[in-house]
Structure formats: C-alpha cells, structure tokens
Design a protein around this ligand. Structure first.
Ligand code: ATP
Ligand code: MG
Length: 425
C-alpha cells in the first residue's frame, strides 16, 4: 500500500516551523486561507515519511488574500513581486514568501508569464507549478493535503514528473528542463519517461533562458550529494552543449563514468566541483576555460578560484620542500587549501599532499607580505630606492626563503637584500 495521506499530514505537522503556522493564523484571523506549498512540503514528506536525509529549507505560503491585503497584516513586509502576487513576510527573524493563488498565461519570452491572474482554488495554483512533487499543498487551518497530481506517490516512487504535458510546460518556461535535471540530483530521483523525453525538443526554448538562472540551477545541483545525476542528463539530452558548447565536445580523456564518480566523490563545494567538471570536460582546459567561464558568468571570486584550481594541477616535478613551497606560493595562501583538496580529489600522490599540507601549516612565507621585512624597511635602510626595484628585490628574497625558510628574519633578509642589490649594480 502506498504512503497514506494521514502519514504525510503528520510528517508535515511535525516538521513545519511554528512561525509558518503563526503567519497562517494572522491570515486566518483576517478571514483568509493559507497553505504551505512547494519545497518545504515536499522535503517534509521526504524526511518525515520516507526516511530521507533532507532538511526542509524555505517554506512558501499560498493564500487567497491579495498582496495588498496581506501587507497591512504584518509589521515587516517586503514587496518582492507584488505584480506576480508575492510578498515576503518577515516574522520572528525568519522570512516567508506569501503568494496569492494564481494562474499564469503566455510565456512569450520563455521564462516569465506574460500575465498572471489570481484564482480562488488551490488546485488551480498547483496546476501552474512545475513538477508533481512541488505541487502538493498543506492547508494550514484544516491540516489537510491537496495533491491533485499525485505528488506524494511520485515522491514515494522517486519520480520527477511534470505537472501536465511536459513539452507544453517546457515551452512556457525554458528553465524547467534544467530544473528537472537539478531536482533529479538534489532529490536523488529519476525523471519520468515523458518528462525526460520532452527535454531535447525544448532546447531552443532553453537557449533563451538567462544564464543567471541557469547558473543558479547548476550550483544547486553541484551542492547535492549526486551532481552526476543532473549533469548526465544535461550531457545526454543536449542542455549542457547549449550552456557550454566546448564541454565534452571532444571525447574526454577518461571514461565518462570515472568523471561522474569523481564529481560525486568530491566534497560538496560547488565551485570546486565545477572546476572538476571543466577540467575533465574541456579538451584544452587552460585554453578553453576563459570562454567557458564567460558563458557561465561566474562571479569574479568564483572565476578566479576555478582558474586557480585548474592551474594548480601542474604539480611540481620533483618532490622537495622548496618545490612544494613554490607551488603553494603560486596558488596563494587563500586558495591553497582548496587547491590541495582539489589535487587530492584528482588523485595527486599522497607524498605530495602530506608535504604540502605540512608546509602550508608551517608558517613559511608564501608571499612577499609574509616576509619578515617590508619594502619600506628596504627603502628606510637605503638598500634600494623607491620604485619598481623594491618589489623585484622582495620577490628575490621570497624566492630565497623557499629554499632557506630559516633566513626569514629581519636582519638576515636585510643583509641578503644588501648583497643582492650590490650584485645587481
Ligand atoms: P528548493 O528551494 O529546494 O530549490 P523549491 O521547490 O522550493 O526547491 P523554488 O525554486 O524555491 O523551488 O520554488 C518554490 C516552488 O515554486 C516550487 O516548489 C514550485 O512549486 C514553484 N516553482 C518554482 N519555479 C518554478 C518554475 N520555473 N515553474 C513552475 N513552478 C515553479
Ligand atoms: Mg525553495
């Protein structure tokens, strides 16, 4: 027998935050109904009934009150998307999106509905949602569940299924095929056959989705326990090629299964996992990386990290403390721990990893600012005049300390700097 609705109700009642119930009570006192919908309900059933290791994150509410009726009921309300019926209610340190029951019409840009219209039945609101598992509502007053598309059964069977005709739903919003793949990874579920088969015919629509939305889905998938579930679908059904044409354009250097295993086995750090994917999927990582990163519109910070990690894979040829210090210095202290994790996940020799970890902790200088002497000290001591030679001299000192870290002492460095400056003249 399938999962009973009573069990689902009990699980949601147990896991729903009291703040959500309080928001619903305020709405109820003003004569409005309220439902918990979307990811919170889905995750509560997964965790509470199906023993899954998920923590319900954000709880969204649906209500029959209009945004302008919701606003005055709470002290702090952000008008997130009044036109689309959404306000954010801040209550006791938490924030909840409260959205008026609505339907959608026309999606001529392939992402946002041309118009939304408010409806009075929760079932109609659920019908605009993407997947059955995301289209379950919990009535916060009656404590009943509305599940018109069989979302509970799909949760139990581990199936992501579009609400209605998948091809039509993908045409409305071109992001949905990617969301399907992302949920498959995040929830560790399979795509229903028709929901998957409709992906390839929707690629043109998908190609018009903004890269920011795509990137957000990639990152959610990359944080999940099993990102390969998502990227396997993206690769096999063409979504990956739309976003990053260079990725897997040529046969990879390794069997694809090994690449997926490495991706899943890596720590759930999205940027580092992305670096793995790009390193494995680009035939000339260092050459093709800039264009691929441009396409993904990564933040500067994330971009630098990916570039730094990929570069980190040129490991020192010989295993000496000096070579390892140079390698660490080239990464920089901030990135070095991540570079070491990356190298480890890519199977770098244990001897290198051990030595590099020791050196990183040892406090040997890895940058000129970590030297026991500064440019100003050199100028004050009249070793060198202000100008570009100061920096060059500091780098020579740093280079010296890679081989002789015991010389990182103000007096010794000063003496050494004098010698170097003299030799240069
Ligand atoms: P998570 O927050 O874990 O990523 P979620 O299901 O909460 O998952 P959100 O993107 O926060 O996902 O959206 C909340 C709900 O809004 C979804 O559960 C779904 O019902 C609906 N929804 C979100 N995006 C879409 C979309 N592109 N098309 C249709 N319905 C959507
Ligand atoms: Mg959510």
């Amino acid at each position: 027998m399938g999962l009973e609705e009573v069990e689902a109700r009990a699980a949601i009642a147990r896991l729903i935050p009291v703040e959500v119930e309080e928001v619903a009570e305020v709405l109820a006192r003003a004569g409005f109904r309220a439902w918990a919908v979307g990811g919170g309900v889905r995750d509560a059933i997964l965790a509470g009934c199906l023993g899954r290791d998920v923590v319900p994150g954000d709880w969204d509410l649906a209500t029959d009150a209009l945004p302008l009726q919701v606003k005055p009921l709470f002290r702090r309300v952000i008008p997130t998307g009044i036109a689309h019926g959404t306000v954010t209610v801040l209550h006791k340190g938490s924030s909840f999106e409260v959205t008026t029951l609505r339907g959608e019409e026309g999606h001529s840009d392939g992402r946002r509905p041309d118009s939304v219209f408010f409806v009075s039945e929760i079932e109609k609101d659920l019908a605009r949602r993407d997947f059955t598992v995301n289209a379950i509502a919990y009535d916060l007053k009656d404590k009943t569940i509305a599940d018109p598309f069989g979302g509970i059964q799909d949760l139990e069977q581990g199936i992501i299924r579009a609400v209605g005709d998948p091809a039509a739903r993908y045409q409305e919003d071109g992001l949905r095929p990617l969301r399907a793949a992302r949920f498959s990874a995040q929830l560790e579920m399979s795509l229903e056959e028709g929901t998957r088969a409709a992906i390839r015919p929707s690629l043109e629509r998908f190609s018009r989705v903004s890269v920011e939305r795509v990137q957000a889905e990639w990152f959610k998938a990359l944080r999940s326990r099993c990102p390969s579930r998502c990227f396997r679908i993206l690769l096999e059904d063409g979504l990956l090629q739309v976003t990053c044409p260079a990725l897997f354009a040529a046969p990879p250097r390794e069997p694809i299964e090994a690449i997926w295993a490495r991706l899943d086995g890596a720590a759930p750090n999205p940027v580092r996992r992305l670096a793995h994917l790009l390193y494995d999927g680009l035939s000339l990582p260092e050459k093709e990386l800039p264009d691929t990163l441009d396409r993904l519109r990564l933040s500067n910070h994330d971009r630098n990290e990916v570039v730094g990690l990929v570069a980190a894979m040129s490991l020192p040829e010989e295993l000496s403390a000096e070579a390892v210090r140079k390698w660490l210095s080239a990464r920089g202290r901030a990135l070095a721990p991540s570079a070491l994790a990356f190298a480890q996940e890519r199977g770098a020799p244990e001897s290198f990893l051990t030595l590099a970890t020791e050196e990183l902790k040892s406090g040997v200088p890895l940058a000129v600012v970590e030297l026991a002497i500064s440019g100003k000290d050199l100028i004050d001591a009249q070793v060198v005049e202000k100008g570009p030679r100061v920096r060059a001299l500091l780098f020579s000192l740093l280079s010296h300390t890679f081989a002789h870290p015991e010389d990182n002492d103000p007096n010794r460095l000063l003496a050494l700097a004098r010698e170097l400056a003299r030799a240069e003249r």
